[in-house]
Design a protein around this ligand. Structure first.
Ligand code: ZN
Length: 136
């Protein structure tokens, strides 16, 4: 797959309006974008740390993936996102290697990225997101 870098870390939080001030005032990083991804039932907030983003995720629906995650495991690291080129080919490669895919084809994520998830059962317990910037 050869990802070029870790695009972002996804962190599930109960409330963005409580978590954002910690990142801004304690860590000292600036939130540069807040965006709702209706498809994923989340509101996201982004911070840049070097070349890696932090993506905070607040659930907008208890039945959504983040709502269920927090109910089961509480707040915390939810996924690691790797930047790849040729997302569909990468997914096809993973499937060919017997990796369980959550998304067999790319879909639209926050910030205009094309994204797809690999199942944590195939990745040693880490929910992995692959993302591709279509404007690159
Ligand atoms: Zn993500």
């Amino acid at each position: 797959m050869k990802p070029s870098h870790i695009e972002h870390l996804g962190i599930a939080v109960n409330r963005l309006d409580e978590a954002i001030p910690f990142y801004e005032n304690i860590l000292g990083v600036t939130c540069y974008n807040v965006e709702e991804v209706a498809d994923q039932k989340v509101k996201t907030a982004f911070f840049m740390v070097g070349q890696t983003k932090i993506e905070l995720l607040e659930s907008t629906d208890p039945e959504g993936p983040i709502g269920k995650f927090i109910e089961k495991k509480g707040q915390g690291v939810h996924h690691v996102a790797f930047a790849v080129e040729g997302l569909q080919e990468t997914l096809d490669y993973a499937a060919e290697k017997g990796i369980m895919l959550i998304d067999k084809a790319p879909r639209k994520g926050a910030e205009g990225l094309n994204i797809a998830f690999l199942h944590p059962k195939s990745t040693f317990g880490v929910l992995m997101e692959l993302c591709e910037n279509p404007n690159k």
